[in-house]
Structure formats: structure tokens, C-alpha cells
Design a protein around this ligand. Structure first.
Ligand SMILES: Cc1cc2nc3c(=O)[nH]c(=O)nc-3n(C[C@H](O)[C@H](O)[C@H](O)COP(=O)(O)O)c2cc1C
Length: 191
């Protein structure tokens, strides 16, 4: 949080490219439900190319440079991940891999939170733990609780992608309040 700017700037990254994505819809819900004093900007990872060290050696492609800058400027990160084959979808892992390259990898020391939505009964729990592994290695500080595991996602959003399930909306709110408190706590501010 900039000294003269009391607004907490959160960068939201959804790990799905499809227009009707539940996870993109969940990120939109988070933007809507963010507590006062928190702003969530959604970063679109669709333009990020597949990681290739030969390309990187010539300089970061523009969408990668933009992602790194957005991460650096954020006070905290919010990952909203689908679950593919019990893990993190390739598009999200690919974006993280690009941004993670030294020197000065921008994830270092960032507070972060993870949510996810799936039509299954387990609501991305396995993907969230998979994502946590990379976050730990990159020295992010990931909020532990409360978790947001949106199971049976097809029953929780309307046809326009609005999160309509009140219980889930409550979980999202609490999660974001906890992320706010966690971020301030890591800064030595009020708890
Ligand atoms: C390749 C692939 C693998 C999947 N594996 C899982 C899985 O392991 N667990 C799960 O809950 N859903 C799985 N799904 C279903 C996704 O949860 C579902 O497609 C979901 O809608 C994807 O997120 P999105 O709506 O944000 O695009 C898989 C889907 C695909 C395409």
C-alpha cells in the first residue's frame, strides 16, 4: 500500500481463458464484494505466450512485462484457480512461470490468497494445494483461512456469470477481509 494511498491494491489472476469461466466469474464476484479500502484489478493472462527460454533470452514479451509490473505494483495477489487433473491449469502455471524468472522475481514477499470454483464436489481443493507449493517456493505469503472452495459451481452462478449463492458470497467476503488483515499484519499494521 503506497503511503499516501490508503487503498489496498490487489491483483486478481484467474486461471481460465474461457468467456463463461466460473473462475473468471468468481474473480468478478470478488471485485464486487471487496471490502472498503480494497480494490481488485483483474489481470488477463490470455495474451501470455507459452514459456520459452529462447524467447525470454531476447527480452520479456510485452504481456509478460505487463504482468510482472502489475505484480510488483500490487499490495497483494488473489489467484482464482480452476482444477485440471487435480492440479493447476497450464495457462495459470505458465503465467506464473514467466513472471517467476530472476532477477528480482516479483512474487517475492507478496501476500497472496487463493480461491477456486469447480462443478465437482471438491471445489478445487487439490489444485489449491498444488498452487500453494509454487507460492511457497516463490516466497509468497499465502493466507491459510478461511478457504473458498466453490463446489458445484454450476449451481452457484446465474447464466450471466453472477455469483448468486448467498453462502458463497459470504465466504468470499470473509476471505477478502482476511486477506486485507493479513496484508496489513505482514506490514506491521493493525490486525
Ligand atoms: C483438462 C481438464 C481437466 C479437468 N480436471 C478436473 C479436476 O481434476 N477436478 C475438477 O474438479 N474439475 C476438473 N475439470 C473440470 C473443470 O473444473 C471445469 O471445466 C471448470 O468449469 C473449469 O473452470 P472454468 O469454469 O473457470 O473454466 C477438468 C476440466 C478440464 C478441461
Amino acid at each position: 500500500m503506497a503511503e499516501n494511498n490508503p487503498t489496498l491494491r490487489v491483483l486478481g489472476i484467474a486461471g481460465s481463458l474461457r468467456a463463461g469461466s466460473f473462475n473468471r466469474a468468481l474473480l468478478r464476484a470478488a471485485q464486487e464484494l471487496a471490502p472498503e479500502g480494497m480494490e481488485i484489478r483483474a489481470f488477463d493472462i490470455a495474451p501470455i505466450p507459452l514459456y520459452n527460454a529462447d524467447v525470454e533470452a531476447k527480452g520479456d514479451p510485452e504481456p509478460v512485462a505487463a504482468l510482472k509490473t502489475a505484480i510488483r505494483e500490487a499490495d497483494a495477489l488473489l489467484f482464482v484457480t480452476p482444477e485440471y487433473n487435480h492440479g493447476v491449469p497450464g495457462v495459470l502455471k505458465n503465467a506464473i512461470d514467466w513472471a517467476s524468472r530472476p532477477p528480482d522475481q516479483p512474487f517475492n514477499d507478496k501476500p497472496a490468497a487463493i480461491m477456486g470454483a469447480s462443478p465437482s464436489a471438491l471445489g478445487t481443493g487439490r489444485a489449491q494445494y498444488h498452487l500453494r507449493q509454487s507460492c511457497v517456493f516463490l516466497n509468497m505469503h499465502v493466507l491459510n483461512k478461511p478457504e473458498v472452495l466453490v463446489a458445484k459451481a454450476h449451481e452457484k452462478f446465474d447464466k450471466d456469470g453472477r455469483l448468486t449463492d448467498e453462502t458463497t458470497r459470504g465466504f468470499v467476503k470473509k476471505h477478502l477481509e482476511a486477506l486485507r488483515d493479513w496484508t496489513l499484519r505482514l506490514r506491521g499494521g493493525p490486525r
